[in-house]
Structure formats: C-alpha cells, structure tokens
Write a protein that binds this ligand. Structure first.
Ligand code: AMP
Ligand code: ZN
Length: 664
C-alpha cells in the first residue's frame, strides 16, 4: 500500500471511530487502541507533510491561536425565535398561520438546547467555516476552535450536497461542566456559573488547544442550501444524521397542536434526565414549501415557535447557614435546607456564593426560600417568600472569624469572597494544599491519597508538603488501614516525586491562580523558582497571559518567610525547582514575541520539527497569515493564496536555511 493510501485509510478509520464514540455514543474500540492508531497517523503525517490535510483527525487537538476573530457576514441571516409560554399561545399561533397557508400542517417538535448557536459551512464534504450567531447578520469566525469539538464532523459521508450550511447549538454537558468546575475550585479559581455561558465563552478562547480540552458538543437542527434534496424539516434532520452529524433523536413529527402539547408535557419532565441543558421546545412547520409561504417577521420566522419551560422551582425552609473553608482559604457559605424534592432529586443544600449574595437576597435562617436547579452540582437560592418570614427573624450576620481556626477573616478590595489568612495554620487549608501537591496533575505521588494526607496532618506528622520528604516508614505504619507494603509504597512514591519536572512542581505549590497553564508559562519564561521569586510585579505582567491578579498572588506567595523556608527545604530534598539542563538544551528566547507562519514542504527538516524549533526559541506558530505575522518560513509548494496574502501585507518570506541560520 502506498504511503498516501495508508494515511487515507487510517484517517477514514479514525473518523469512523470518532463518529461511533462522539456522535453515536457507541465506541467499538478501546481508547487505548484509538490512541495507538492516532499516534501511528501522527507519525506518518509528520514524516510526509506533503499529505497534510487540515481536516485530518490529528488536527482535533488544536494549537492554532487566534488573536482577533474575523467578522463574517452570514449568507443567510440567523433569526431569533418567537416565544410562547402556554397552550393558548400555541393555539393562537396555529390560528394565525392557518390563515396564511393552505392544507394541513404537520409540525416537527425539537428540544431547545441552551448553548451557543453556531453556523457551519461545508464544501465538498469538508468543514470550511464555523461562525457564531453574533447579531444575526454577522458573527465571528471561530473555525479553529470548532474543529476541536469531536462531534463536529470534519469530513462528511454519504450523499451530502456540494455546498450547504448547517446550524446547531454548541453545548457543554453537565458532566463535563461539573468536572471543569471541580478543577477550577481545586486551583483556587471561581467556578463557572452555568454551562451555557461557559460554552459560548469557550468558542472565543484564543488558544484552540484549550478549547480541545473542553468537553463541548455540537447538536444540529437546521440545514440551509440550494441543492439540499429534501422537502421537510423532519427529513432534513435524518439527512444530517446520515452525513455524520449529531442530531438528538428526541425530534418528533406530529399532526396537531394537541400532539405538540403532549411532546412538551413529556419533555418538561424527562428533560431532567438529559445530559445537557434545555430551556424549551422548538415547534417548526414541517413542510419547507409552507415555511416559504409563511416567511419571516423582522425578527423571527413565522413558521417556528419556541415554547419556554418554566424553570423548576420549589420553596423550602432554610434551617441553617454553614461556612466551608477551601484549600485557598476561601469561605463559601452553604444553605442547609429542609430536604425537598426538585427535578427528580432530593435537595438538602444550596449555594449562597458569598456575603454580597446573602445581603442582596436578605436570606435569614428560618425563612421559606425559593430554590432552583440548573446545571450546577448544587442548586441555588433565588429569593425569599417574605409573607412567611417569622416575626422575630434577624438579618444574617456574616461570620467574621474562620470556623476552623478562628482567625479573623479578610476580604480584599474588589473580591467577592472572604478569606481566612491563616495560610499555614488553618487545617482545611493545610490539608487541602498538601492534597493538591500530591494530586495527579501535580506531583502525582503514587501510594498516597487524600485521606491519608488528612490522617498524617491530624496525627501531627506533617504540617506542609515539604514535611512529606522526611516521613519514615515507622511513623506511617501505625496509621489507620496502613499495612507494611502500603507504607513502603508511600515512602517510595514520595521519593520518586523528585523527578517531576519544574513546571509541575510550580503548579503543585498551590499558589493561588497559578493553574497548570499559568505554571507552564511561568516555568518556561523564568526557568527557576528563584527567578520567579525575584520578579517584580511589572516584570510578571509582561509575561504572556499573566494578568495583574496572578502577578499579585505570586508576589504575595513569596513575601511569606514560611513559604520561602518550605521551598528551601524542598530544594534540599532534591525537588526540581528549576528547568533541568536537559529540558533547556537548544532553547533560547531569540524569537520571543514573534508570530511565525510555516508553509509548504521542507528538505532538511520536517514540518513538526520546524514548529518545535520555533517554539523552543520562544516564537509562536500561527497557521494563518495576518498583519501580526512577523515572517513566514516557506518550503516548496507554498500555497498561492498564502503567497499573495504575504505579498499584500509585505511580510518577509524566508527559506528553512535562512531560518536555521537565524536561530543558530
Ligand atoms: P432565542 O435566542 O431565544 O431567540 O432563540 C433562538 C435560538 O434558539 C436560536 O438562535 C438557536 O440558537 C436556539 N435553538 C436551540 N435549539 C434549537 C432548535 N432545535 N431549533 C432552532 N433553534 C434552536
Ligand atoms: Zn482558618
């Protein structure tokens, strides 16, 4: 088999597996086998850049960075929908449209997904453009980001028309949303408020590899195009499925408004079992012919109507407010409720977010409160039923001292949260920080779990993460559920952690706002903990993607003598507190701040090696030419349109040899 057909067959196979997994939810091979095949394809593509394909399954990991999203005018305007809230509203609508069209009307009922609307354009079966709704007339070109969403097909199958647009909704399923929030909380960041805003925010991230990490999905509901050979909405949904799109199968074809109402009643209950948020039902006249006759108002199609579900709410008694202390010392007030059934689960607790929220709602213990459940793990309190407020009720006094260590709380200018400043003496902070230190993405210490950390702290054996390295087997064995063997593993796991590279150690330290990505950026820029500790605030904010909030937090961390001592001890135990010589090999800052485009096929070096060289020398690889491009490294067969654009923008084009000279 030729290399070309080998690559093609791997791509097809991986596409099919992607489809089975992300569209059908029915994988037919293990993740491990999938990864092996993907790696095989990556290796082949790297060796043979002449067969590069922007729609290859390998391109899903992202990497393209967009600074400013290009504005694109929609070929077909993206309208809004009219809303209805009752049976009568829907009946009125039917009466209106029956006057405008002849014959019986069938309706397609679909769920109304709550996310970010999206228009995808396909040409010859390939995704060429993904644009946000924007104001309905024009939106942002977010193709690079949308390509990373696994349920968006990059290559269609079956009898698709040569060119068409398909619309849908980008959603973030509850599961993925909750996982992202757990991680944010673990990093000391504010959790996201709801899946919908997080989904639309994700589309506007500059770094597409960050988007690739988010478990977004794309649900499709509408096709537009000249040569689409179908005549009804319901058929078009089936067609879209055939071509490889994810179209939820809740959609139903019905013959009357009464049947529409049955559909609504059914989903008003069952929507709570769906993996993502829905806020209603969209009813569409099924026949395209009739749709055309009905046309549009200034704002919405006459042939469609959204029905909005009432958000599910109950009222119950607020029994008490308790306060939790997180790893970063952040205080979260929690409402403890009289247990009540809501959206299919028993609710006992609700989030109150912070002091401002309590004040705004004026919630008091003993109040009857309204509770609503959205996509969040824990439901929220919307307000108080004042008619039921007990006579002797008193406004809630927010705590002034830490419920765990009794230190006076602080609240910084402009921050919503109160903090316990007893950084090294407040138990939940101490335990939480060590738990973070040993966690998988940080030091990944095998043989040591979160519960054991709590036991070690409570037994007075450790007070901070540097104490881990002095633990002995004799100290550990007497702990609950600790056998000889597991004690050995624990000690060995801790000893092994001195091999973890600097960027992960930096993340493990648990500096507020220094998550994985920020840790990487700082490690790459400063190369050692000492350099970071000595950096000024102005210096820090000059680093890519480091804002004032992060800079202040870093400065604060190194102001503490205790932290400096802990770091000195870690150094003494051999923990990596600078980039190792091996990692540094061949790295410079020569290209710092430069945006470089790579185009064509090279002689002495592979495309990926070239990209790596650019990054190792501090530059940024960008896949499209813009006025921000500093120069282009071009090999043979540079695309003519790229060439034209480069000439127009007067951007230098250099050869691979010029480039190698530049960095040597
Ligand atoms: P609205 O923004 O309330 O005017 O509602 C219109 C929006 O509903 C559209 O722009 C879509 O993003 C969204 N939507 C969600 N599900 C559907 C669906 N099944 N059919 C049409 N629009 C939908
Ligand atoms: Zn405390």
């Amino acid at each position: 088999m030729s290399i070309k057909s080998q690559i093609e067959s791997l791509r097809n196979e991986l596409r099919e597996h992607n489809y089975n997994y992300y569209v059908l939810d029915n994988p037919t091979i293990s993740d491990y086998e999938f990864d092996l095949k993907l790696k095989e394809l990556q290796a082949l593509e790297e060796k043979h850049p002449e067969f590069f394909d922007a729609n290859s399954p390998t391109q899903r990991v992202g990497g393209e960075v967009t600074k400013n999203f290009e504005t694109v005018v929609h070929e077909n305007r993206m309208y809004s929908l009219d809303n209805s809230y009752s049976k009568e509203d829907l009946q009125d609508w039917e009466t209106r449209i029956k006057k405008l069209v002849d014959g019986d009307i069938q309706y397609t009922c679909e769920l109304k997904y709550d996310g970010a609307s999206m228009s995808l354009t396909y040409e010859n079966g390939k995704l060429v453009k993904a644009v946000t709704r924007g104001d309905g007339f024009q939106g942002d070109n977010v193709t690079a980001n949308v390509k990373t969403i696994k349920s968006v097909p990059l290559q269609l199958k079956g009898d698709y028309p040569p060119k068409f647009e398909i619309r849908g909704e980008i959603v973030l399923p509850f599961d993925g949303f909750n996982k992202m929030n757990e991680e944010r909380i673990a990093n000391g960041e504010e959790p996201y408020r709801n899946p919908r805003n997080t989904a639309s925010g994700s589309l506007k991230l500059q770094d597409s590899s960050e988007v690739a990490k988010r478990p977004l999905e794309c649900l499709l509901y509408s096709i537009k195009g000249e040569d689409v050979a179908v005549s009804t909405q319901f058929e078009s949904l089936q067609k879209a499925r055939d071509w490889g799109f994810k179209v939820p199968d809740a959609a139903k074809l019905v013959n009357s408004i009464d049947e529409v109402l049955e559909f609504i009643e059914y989903w008003d209950v069952h929507r709570h079992n769906l993996p993502y948020e829905t806020d209603g039902v969209v009813v569409k006249v099924n026949s395209f012919q009739q749709q055309e006759e009905l046309g549009y108002t200034a704002k919405a199609p006459r042939w469609a109507m959204a029905y909005k579900f009432k958000a599910e709410q109950v009222s119950t008694r607020l029994n008490s407010i308790t306060y939790q202390v997180g790893r970063t010392g952040a205080i979260t007030p929690v409402a403890n409720l009289e247990p009540v059934e809501l959206a299919g689960t028993t609710v006992k607790r609700a989030s109150l977010h912070n002091a401002d929220q309590i004040e705004k709602l004026d919630v008091r213990v003993g109040d009857e409160v309204y509770v609503e459940k959205g996509g969040e793990i824990i439901p929220k309190i919307l307000g108080v039923d004042l008619s039921k407020r007990p006579k002797n009720s008193e406004p809630t006094q927010y705590i002034t001292h830490c419920p765990e260590c009794n230190t006076e709380l602080v609240r910084q200018e402009g921050e919503a949260q109160h903090y316990c400043p007893n950084y090294n003496g407040c138990k939940p902070q101490v335990i939480g920080r060590i738990q973070h230190y040993i966690s998988r993405k940080a030091m990944d210490i095998e043989g040591l779990g979160g519960e054991t950390v709590a036991l070690l702290v409570n037994a007075g054996l450790i007070k901070n993460y540097s104490d881990l390295y002095e633990l002995t087997k004799e100290q550990v064995v007497p702990l609950e559920r600790m056998a000889e063997k597991s004690a050995d593993n624990l000690i060995e796991g801790i000893a092994q952690s001195v091999n973890i590279p600097f960027e992960r150690v930096l993340y493990a330290l648990g500096i507020r706002y220094v998550g994985e990505t920020v840790a990487k950026k700082l490690a790459k820029h400063y190369k050692s903990i000492d350099a970071i500790a000595n950096a000024s605030q102005e210096d820090l904010v000059n680093v890519d993607e480091i804002g004032i909030k992060i800079a202040e937090s870093v400065i604060d961390f190194f102001k503490s003598e205790q932290n400096i001592n802990i770091i000195e001890r870690l150094k003494g135990f051999g923990v990596q507190l600078e980039i190792s010589a091996k990692e540094l090999e061949g790295k410079t800052n020569i290209l710092e701040g430069q945006s470089i485009v790579v185009s064509g096929v090279f002689e002495s070096i592979s495309r990926n090696e070239l990209k790596k060289l650019i990054e190792d020398n501090g530059g940024k690889v960008s896949s499209s030419i813009s006025s921000k491009t500093n120069f282009i490294v071009a090999g043979d067969n540079m695309g003519p349109s790229k060439k034209l654009k480069a000439e127009k923008l007067k951007i230098d084009i250099i050869s691979e040899y010029d480039f190698l000279q530049k960095i040597n």
